[in-house]
Design a protein. Structure first.
Length: 76
């Protein structure tokens, strides 16, 4: 059975760790889950700490994360 893991904002914020954990989920080594609230926290903090990053690109990253990992979004 594949373990279930909720990816919180603290592990999704740093891009190298986020990329690694998404790859782990894509390879079916873990069933990754997160919520819109978690994503809001991640991308709000990235935008605040990195004003040089384009908001459109951040939104695209958020969308691609959710497209890459099946059934990733949970409520609550």
């Amino acid at each position: 059975m594949i373990p279930l893991a909720v990816y919180d904002a603290n592990v999704l914020y740093p891009s190298p760790l986020r990329d690694f954990l998404i790859r782990v989920a894509i390879e079916d080594l873990v069933r990754a889950r997160w919520s819109e609230r978690i994503l809001d926290e991640v991308f709000r903090n990235i935008a605040a700490n990195r004003p040089d990053l384009d908001v459109t690109r951040l939104q695209r990253t958020r969308e691609r994360m959710c497209a890459a990992v099946l059934d990733c979004l949970v409520d609550g």
